[in-house]
Every structure is written in structure tokens, then in C-alpha cells.
Design a protein around this ligand. Structure first.
Ligand SMILES: C[S@@+](CC[C@H](N)C(=O)[O-])C[C@H]1O[C@@H](n2cnc3c(N)ncnc32)[C@H](O)[C@@H]1O
Length: 420
């Protein structure tokens, strides 16, 4: 049975299904759900993510993990659990770079890739890596770090709309043979509780998405860690910004197919990605409730800049490469911090049972600067994408002129999260 068949079968049975249930089937139905098909990330897929853009992303995350390992007293094993690891490229880049940081760190590292989907292009050849197929978190008492990149944005969301002055939920139903969005009573009291808890009310005809899994996920992550850190990287905003009636009146749900962004989730079922921006205020609050401290929320641009990405950019020219290769590496590195794109992604850092250290990614430090200055510059491999060859033409990148980007705005603070 295909994903679309299953959607129609459930609607025939019950009249309508919530948008969250529809999204769960469209993305994860074992027969033909989007994430059971071909690799979605990369030039041949539908979108790209930071690990695919340049290995410096993984390398600098590895530098942050190295500081965490030292801060925790150099435990062995030092577990890194990556949620929604996808094709495993981030894992590969972190491990490749970690081997140059310290042999002892490398020997202590135990990297676990957790993934719900079965299709995976990259082989996990390294002895410190294991790959676990699971939807939940089947671990307890780890010492180390839980990491994710673009994991939360792939969770099914409920959709709400303020129909005049009555809060309604968006369902998927049938009109003749056509799948259509219809509104109905709220399916779960957690939806209105979330808005009330945030002190928010939607404006007339405003649409908003809500991920109801955040509380359970935070509990699972807290139970997974004996002590350590959680690094959550994704596109999203603090709640007042995300649910701002003027800026995002229609919500943030979008679809991706072959690198084209639309907002037609009921089409191409199982053949396009469906995703919504992450409410980082609620992620931080769910974490606090589950026993995770919020250490900070920064943009990816701030995080990578604090970890001295500029040094990698400056030293690119020391390598013997063709002008084309230099351009490709420069484009990838720059794209990681580009305003309006990946640079605006957020990194939420939480901790459990470890106090409140100042992490290098949250605050620039001479130690991080020195360390990165003395490490090799990671270079694109065949597993990464080449932006000039692929998604952008050289004429529209403007990469040279705009580097380095600096943040004009003060760091953001969530209800619970603070920026160091
Ligand atoms: C947008 S992709 C990002 C993949 C990868 N992290 C990257 O940055 O390229 C989201 C990934 O999360 C996985 N995922 C979603 N929900 C999951 C769950 N409950 N458990 C494990 N993996 C999950 C999906 O299968 C998918 O591979």
C-alpha cells in the first residue's frame, strides 16, 4: 500500500485525519513515504543541509565536542549520539577531523548514528561508529553529547488556524476524489495549552504549526544522558518571532521537491519533503521541564564564527587547488554562515548534571582560535556538493564581497534560553 493509499484509506474510515497524521504517513510510511525513498539531501535530491555544503561544519562541531570531552574530564567512552543522522555525512566529517585533534579524544569517541529510515548512501566504515535503526531513543545513562542537525524540522506538526475568533485545527479530508484541507475542533488539548503556555494568541485567520512531540522527546533525551550536553541545530525561531502574526501569518510549513520550495503538502505525496520551522522557545522549555539546563541559543553564523571558521576561510589559499576547487570550497564555507540562509539557523545548547560552562561555540575564546588556527583546513570531498557547479551560478553568489559576515542584531533570547 502506498503512502497516498494509506492516507485515503484512513480518511475513508474516519472522515478526516489531522495534518500531523497526514505528514507522518507522507514522510515515514514504510511503503513509499518520503524518507523511505531515494536520498533526499544533495544535488540529486530535494534539499541540502549543512553537512553536505562543507566538511568545515562537521570539523568545527568536532572542535566543540572536543572541548566538551575535556570539560567532562576526558571520559572514555565519550558517547556522541546523533539523532536523525540521515546519510551519515556529519558523522564522517566529525570523525575525520577528530582524529587530528587528539589521539586520546579519538580513542574515547563512540559515535552512534540513530536514524528512522533504512536507506543510507554512505557506508559507516569507522570502528567508533555504530548505526541504529529506531524511532525512539533506546539508550540510557550515556556520558557525552546528543547532537542533531535538521532533525526536529522533520517531525510531524499539527496545524492550527484562527477561524475568525475560534481556534480550529487543520485536517486532511476528501472532496470528491481530491484531498483537501478542512478545519475542525482541536484534536488534542496540548495544542491550546502550548499557545497559552507561550502567552500567545493567534490573530484572525493566522495559521501556525505545533510539534506536540517535544515534551516526550526532551524526556527521552534527558533519560538518555547520565550527564552531558545536547546540541540541537535547525532552522527556526523563538516563539514570539515564529508565531508573529505579521511576519508569518500563514505559518512556516513548506514543501521541497528537486530544490524548489512550494507550500502544497497534499501534492506529490511521498515524493516531496514537508517541513516546518522549529519553535526553539518550546524546545528549551520542554528541556527545562525534563531536567535539561538551557545554556544558550545562537545562530549558526555566531556559533561557527566563535569556533573560528574565518581561519579556515583565510587559509584555503594555502592549498594546492585549481581556481575552481578554491571557489567551490570558498562557496561552501561561506554558505554555512550566509545571512538569510544556513547562517540564520539556530543552535540550542542544553546540559544535564554538568553545571554551566562557557562553551566555545557560544563565546569566542583564544583556546578555540589557536586550536583551529593550527589544524588543517577541511576540503570538499565527492560526498559533498559543489555549490558553484550545482545550485548557484558564480554570478549570483557574491561570496567574496560579503565575507566575513557579522551579526548586526543582538543575540536572541528565548523565554528560557539565554545567549552567553
Ligand atoms: C531533514 S533530514 C536531516 C538528515 C541529516 N541530519 C542532515 O543534516 O543531512 C531528517 C532526518 O531525520 C530522520 N528522522 C526523523 N524522525 C526520526 C526519528 N523519530 N528517529 C530517527 N530519525 C528520525 C529522518 O529519517 C531524516 O533522515
Amino acid at each position: 500500500m502506498s503512502a497516498e493509499f494509506e492516507v485515503r484509506r484512513r480518511i475513508d474510515e474516519r472522515g478526516k485525519i489531522t495534518f500531523a497524521e497526514f505528514m507522518d504517513i507522507a514522510l515515514y510510511w514504510p511503503d513509499g513515504g518520503y524518507y523511505t525513498g531515494q536520498e533526499p539531501v544533495g544535488a540529486q535530491g530535494d534539499f541540502y543541509t549543512s553537512p553536505a555544503v562543507h566538511p568545515s561544519f562537521g570539523a568545527l562541531l568536532g572542535v566543540q565536542l572536543f572541548q566538551i570531552w575535556k570539560y567532562l574530564g576526558q571520559p572514555s567512552p565519550f558517547s556522541v549520539l546523533e539523532l536523525g543522522a540521515g546519510n551519515g555525512l556529519l558523522c564522517r566529517d566529525i570523525i575525520s577531523y577528530a582524529s587530528g585533534l587528539s589521539e586520546e579524544f579519538m580513542a574515547s569517541l563512540r559515535y552512534i548514528c540513530l536514524e528512522r529510515r533504512t536507506v543510507c548512501q554512505i557506508e559507516f566504515g569507522t570502528p567508533v561508529t555504530s548505526r541504529v535503526m529506531a524511532e525512539g531513543l533506546p539508550f540510557k545513562n550515556l556520558v557525552g553529547c546528543v547532537v542533531s542537525n535538521e532533525y526536529l524540522d522533520a517531525f510531524p506538526v499539527h496545524q492550527l488556524v484562527m477561524a475568525g475568533d475560534v481556534l480550529k485545527e487543520v485536517y486532511v479530508g476528501l472532496e470528491g476524489q481530491n484531498l483537501v484541507e478542512i478545519t475542525g475542533e482541536l484534536s488534542d488539548p496540548g495544542l491550546v495549552n502550548r499557545l497559552n503556555g507561550l502567552g500567545l494568541e493567534l490573530a484572525p485567520w493566522q495559521t501556525a504549526e505545533i510539534n506536540l512531540n517535544l515534551g516526550n522527546l526532551a524526556k527521552d533525551i534527558a533519560a538518555t544522558l547520565n550527564h552531558g550536553f545536547v546540541l540541537t541545530i535547525d532552522y527556526g525561531r523563538t516563539a514570539p518571532d515564529l508565531y508573529d502574526a505579521e511576519q508569518r501569518h500563514s505559518g512556516t510549513l513548506v514543501t521541497y521537491h528537486q530544490h524548489v520550495q512550494t507550500d502544497s503538502p497534499l501534492e506529490l505525496i511521498g515524493r516531496q519533503d514537508i517541513t516546518a520551522q522549529v519553535d526553539f522557545t518550546s524546545v528549551a522549555q520542554a528541556g527545562e521541564t525534563a531536567g535539561l539546563n538551557t545554556l544558550g541559543l545562537v545562530t549558526q553564523r555566531q556559533f561557527l564564527t566563535n569556533l573560528n571558521i574565518s581561519s579556515l576561510q583565510k587559509r584555503l589559499k594555502e592549498h594546492a587547488m585549481t581556481p575552481r576547487q578554491i571557489q567551490a570550497n570558498r562557496a561552501g564555507l561561506t554558505d554555512l554562515v550566509r545571512p538569510g540562509g544556513l547562517g540564520d539557523f539556530k543552535i540550542l545548547i542544553q546540559s544535564k548534571n554538568v553545571g554551566r560552562p562557557v562553551l566555545w561555540g557560544l563565546k569566542a575564546s583564544p583556546q578555540a582560535a589557536d586550536l583551529v588556527d593550527n589544524l588543517p583546513v577541511p576540503l570538499l570531498t565527492d560526498n559533498h556538493i559543489s555549490l558553484p557547479d550545482g545550485l548557484f551560478t558564480e554570478s549570483n553568489t557574491g561570496f567574496e564581497a560579503s565575507w566575513p559576515f557579522t551579526d548586526q542584531e543582538p543575540p536572541e533570547a528565548t523565554g528560557a534560553a539565554q545567549t552567553s
